[in-house]
Design a protein around this ligand. Structure first.
Ligand code: A3P
Length: 272
């Protein structure tokens, strides 16, 4: 009997490295790490920790390289990987389809204005940057929105989603509400379990709010230990951004958000 992922198995099956059947394709800074860490608590899920970046930067390394990155799993488990750059890389949807036209695609979204600020905070933690307002606006705050700045461009969800929907049918996507993942993680995970066709396993008792910045749920492991996401890189303090710049950004994103809501058949409670 082998113990694997909290399941006692009588079978003689030998676990093997398998290609993913599920991808968390994005969006960067919307809660993709939290989604993966929470899903990994499920006995039917296996996943590599780091981001493989296979379908974007490492495609030339080939499928053997990709498979080698995967943990061993049983045939009735699902391997999941997350690389948020997939959502915004134009060549990725077709490459994924070529590998597996049945791939299930998870997308976590968050208010694009907050997401842009979160992205900026990540950049600021690595190298010196100008204030957010100066990055976001061209020629001073009366000027145009700097739509080509990656922190802003990534938030044009409709543009990126349109490319994915050219290749995959809507039924193969599940859009996770990044805010609900913080406020009601078990409820959001139940929806994801349904979409993936795995048993309903993750419950409220899997989560605990620890002192970690107060507001983010941490995962309670099988042995009772509590696992929070990295305190330095997740849940960073955001700068206070000038209200007029926030207002301009919200106006800028509004039509894009509406297009996105139409595409996915769902609306989100965003300020923009
Ligand atoms: P902030 O650092 O701006 O708060 P990603 O993993 O895609 O990079 O997303 C990072 C974001 O995940 C964080 O952005 C945080 O808001 C969000 N998040 C969602 N659930 C979380 C959790 N349980 N613990 C920490 N961060 C969480």
């Amino acid at each position: 009997r082998l113990r694997h992922g909290r399941i006692w198995r009588n079978s003689t099956e030998i676990p093997a490295k398998r290609l993913p059947k599920v991808l968390i394709i994005g969006v960067k800074k919307a809660g993709t790490r939290a989604l993966l860490e929470f899903l990994r608590a499920h006995p039917s899920i296996e996943s590599p920790g780091p981001e493989p970046h296979f379908f974007d930067r490492n495609y030339h390394r080939g499928l053997h390289w990709y498979r080698e990155l995967m943990p061993k799993s049983y045939h009735d488990q699902l391997t999941v990987e997350k690389t948020p750059a997939y959502f915004v890389s134009s060549e990725v949807p077709q490459r994924v389809f070529d590998l597996d036209p049945n791939m299930k695609l998870l997308l976590v979204v968050r208010d694009p204005v907050t997401r842009a600020i979160s992205d900026y905070c990540q950049a600021a933690s690595k190298h010196p940057v100008k204030p957010f307002e100066r990055m976001a606006m061209e020629n001073g705050i009366q000027g145009q929105i700097h739509a080509n700045w990656s922190a802003i461009r990534i938030g044009l969800y409709a543009q990126h989603m349109a490319r994915w929907l050219n290749v995959f049918p809507p039924s193969q996507f599940y859009v996770v509400d990044g805010q609900r993942l913080v406020d009601h993680p078990a409820a959001e995970l139940t929806q994801v379990e349904k979409f993936l066709g795995i048993s309903s396993f993750i419950r409220d008792s899997h989560f605990r709010l620890r002192s970690f910045k107060g507001k983010f749920p941490c995962l309670v492991r099988e042995d009772g230990s509590v696992h929070c996401l990295n305190e330095r890189s997740k849940g960073r303090a955001h700068p206070v951004v000038q209200e007029n710049v926030l207002h301009r950004l919200r106006k800028f994103y509004k039509p894009h958000n509406e297009r996105f809501f139409n595409m996915v058949g769902r609306t989100f409670d965003w300020k923009s």
